[in-house]
Design a binder for this molecule. Structure first.
Ligand code: IMP
Length: 484
């Protein structure tokens, strides 16, 4: 057997060690940290970090590190579109000088931390990036082809580990939840991180994270540290808020009941607000955060009934975003025209109210009400007709949800008989799997699986309309005596 160079031996030993660690029973955090450490050493780097992409592919979350300061690690949420995005496109990226390269998201921090070169490779799962490995050096460094090959092998092992982490998270849920989840398997995963912190510093943080998950409010755990004090050019005190909620652009620090800790925390908190007046942060104890969520219509203090709602399908923010997109498209298509928006009471009220406020057109409104009768529930009867005649008008029929398509078909026929100048349909939700009559939908918000949904105007036995989000209802989870 030929003689191997010492760096070849190093890489071989590192890979052997990494393979063993990957197959050990340690916690994932430990495994990833150990991999980061072996990786850095094998390629003569000073630091390494392993990142996982959040399931909405918006953020990069650190899952393992070696040799990097807390300040560098917590320099703020790493936006996947801004922080070396080429890596996520599947490319290997080399930055010779991180303090000068425009691809680096926080160059001033790289400089303060004495980071010079960065080498990054993607972690690929079925050809798509699910994370990355980055190594850092203090002195300008050139990485070899062999380093690149080595890092890509480590990335392949990390890909398997990240997949295992996701599977583990899925299985961890209790039996009932996972059973329901399987029923609605077509639904996209939660918008939060695909790999959660394996341990929270405090149980209240875990509880808060669970609550945010339920309401599909995206969160990042401790993504940024704020330096509060400096001495001799070094940072001597920092503040790291527990959570960042990107949708609300809000940092949240949870407080405990221990008075001694609270006093110190308040002090730091005030200093933080003085130094960083532009950031939005709240110090919350449990009743505060329930109140905060209630303000957005969520949680046990919210007025709306949520019993039986197994999970949130679309959060308030997601709905608002979609409504704005639909309104923009309608405004564009009908530019220069006067529009009549028509809807069927009562389910459409939230959608109609939001949609019309974002239309940059002159609009009028009209409503009809119908009731279903007959044993099969399929026969429709108009209990209140439209007030005006639609002849010669440009009409957009606004629908909350299209299920079998019976209702829409019936109302479209009714409207057509009045000879409008044009007639199109805008539906927020399309439950296509259950369609019996093929009705043309011109504008669709979300295509949803075959589940019964409530909230944002939609009801079950008259309830739930006032929920600010759209949730999946499992009537069997409603306690008998409270169902009316
Ligand atoms: P379709 O005639 O079967 O298309 O159903 C239309 C009406 O049924 C909608 O306007 C809703 O009032 C109701 N509906 C259908 N699916 C749901 C649901 O998942 N939640 C609440 N109401 C629904």
């Amino acid at each position: 057997m030929g003689k191997m160079s010492s760096s070849k031996v190093n890489r071989y030993l590192a890979l052997k060690h990494i393979a063993e660690v990957a197959n050990s029973t340690s916690s994932l955090k430990r495994i990833f940290n150990s991999i980061a450490s072996s990786t850095a050493k094998a390629v003569h780097a000073n630091g390494c970090r392993i990142l996982s992409l959040s399931s909405q592919k918006e953020y990069l979350l650190t899952v393992g590190t070696h040799g990097l300061s807390d300040l560098y690690l917590k320099k703020g949420p790493l936006n996947a579109h801004k922080s070396l995005p080429d890596i996520l496109d599947g490319k290997v990226v080399f930055i010779a000088d991180a303090t000068k390269d425009e691809k680096v998201q926080h160059p001033q921090i790289a400089q303060a931390q004495g980071i010079s070169s960065i080498f990054g490779v993607p972690i690929l799962k079925k050809g798509e990036a699910s994370g990355e490995i980055r190594v850092y050096t203090r002195e300008p460094h050139h990485f070899s082809e062999a380093d690149r090959g080595f890092l890509l092998s480590v990335a392949a092992i990390c890909a398997v580990l990240l997949e295992r982490a996701e599977l583990y998270q899925f299985l961890e849920k209790d039996y009932k939840a996972s059973k329901l989840r399987m029923k609605s398997a077509q639904i996209s995963p939660l918008p939060t991180a695909s790999l959660r912190p394996t341990s929270f510093a405090h149980p209240s943080e875990k509880e808060f994270a669970k609550l945010l998950d339920f309401y599909r409010i995206e969160w990042l755990y401790e993504p940024r540290s704020f330096p509060l004090k400096w001495e001799n050019g070094g940072v001597t005190a920092m503040f790291t808020p527990d959570f960042y909620l990107p949708e609300l652009d809000l940092y949240v620090e949870l407080t405990t009941l221990k008075q001694s800790l609270i006093t110190e925390k308040y002090h730091k908190f005030r200093r933080l607000k003085e130094l960083y007046p532009e950031i939005n942060i709240k110090l919350l104890n449990k009743s505060d955060y329930l109140q905060l969520l209630a303000k957005y219509g969520y949680g046990p203090l919210g007025e709306a009934k949520i019993e039986g709602v197994n999970r949130v399908l679309y959060s308030h923010t997601q709905i608002q975003r979609k409504v704005r997109v639909l309104a923009r498209r309608i405004s564009h298509d009908y530019a220069g025209k006067q529009l009549v928006l028509v809807g069927i009471l009562k389910g459409v009220i939230c959608f109609m109210a939001d949609l019309m406020q974002h239309l940059s057109l002159p609009v009028t409104l009209d409503f009809m009400a119908i009731s279903y009768y007959g044993g099969d529930g399929q026969t429709v009867k108009i209990t209140k007709d439209f007030d005006s005649n639609m002849t010669g008008q440009h009409v957009v029929m606004v629908e909350d949800i299209v299920d079998t398509g019976m209702t829409l078909n019936y109302v479209l026929n009714h409207l057509s008989s009045q000879n409008p100048a044009s007639l199109h349909v805008c539906a927020l939700l399309d439950k296509r799997a259950r369609r019996l009559i093929d009705v043309p939908l011109d504008y669709v918000g979300f295509e949803i699986p075959d589940e019964f949904v409530v909230g944002y105007g939609l009801d079950y036995k008259g309830q739930y309309r006032n929920l600010p989000f759209i949730g999946i209802l499992h009537p069997e989870l409603i306690k008998e005596d409270e169902s009316h």
